[in-house]
Design a protein around this ligand. Structure first.
Ligand code: AMP
Length: 213
């Protein structure tokens, strides 16, 4: 099963992906998480990516395609995988097509999570993450048991630097200008499915209807 999750920042791709991982036992591959892991470890990729991420811009395609190619060469993707945050533009989508073809795989579905704009802004501006394990919280919708401390690993909860108001607007603009064209790209191939993205549980039901139990 190969699932591509599309949707603006704050659409809930990560939250839906978590549920899919549990249900289908396949890995969640989020390019944003991979980049954040690199810059936590201060690798050369991390240092480069950070410059783009902190401005809300896309990391260059070549580098992004390379990290995805490496990730998809690992053994745990044999039963399938969920892509979140990749592809982000047509160049990446075409690189992914080639990669999938080379492996002899087939995309099961592209799920377009599409909540209204005000929900996106509220979700991103209130989002907090664990600085250690990346678990996601929200200042009103999903508080940790102890303020500032991650329920999962005890790490410190922080706000992503690119979740501040100014960078968020830039990221939404990048989505409008570059990522949205993917919706037509996949719709024309007949593999795009729209879901509401309003509440996690409701959206999950819609996803199950598409992918099966
Ligand atoms: P995300 O966690 O998906 O919101 O991604 C955070 C940031 O990582 C984005 O704003 C980009 O700077 C970078 N990034 C993540 N995925 C990609 C991608 N597929 N192509 C380019 N940049 C990406």
């Amino acid at each position: 099963m190969i699932v591509i999750l599309l949707g603006a920042p704050g659409a809930g791709k990560g939250s839906q992906a978590e549920l899919l991982v549990k249900r289908y036992q396949i890995p969640h591959i989020a390019t944003g998480d991979i980049f954040r892991e690199h810059f936590k470890k201060e690798t050369p990729i991390g240092k480069l990516a950070k410059e783009y991420i902190n401005k809300g811009q896309l990391v260059p395609d070549q580098l992004t395609n390379d990290i995805v190619r490496d990730r998809l060469s690992q053994k745990d993707v044999q039963k399938g995988f969920i892509l979140d945050g990749y592809p982000r533009n047509l160049v990446q989508a075409k690189a992914l097509d080639q990669l999938i073809e080379r492996h002899g795989w087939k995309v099961t579905a592209v799920i377009n999570i599409n909540p209204p704009q005000d929900i996106l802004v509220n979700r991103i501006s209130g989002r907090r993450i664990c600085s250690k394990c990346g678990a996601v919280y929200h200042v009103t919708n999903k508080k940790p048991k102890v303020e500032g401390i991650c329920d999962v690993c005890g790490g410190e909860i922080i706000q992503r630097k690119d979740d501040n108001a100014e960078v968020v607007l830039k990221r939404l603009e990048v989505y409008e200008n570059q990522t949205k064209e993917l919706i037509d790209y996949y719709r024309n191939q007949g593999i795009l499915q729209d879901v509401s993205g309003l509440e996690i549980a409701k959206t999950d039901k819609e996803v199950v209807q598409i992918l099966g139990e």
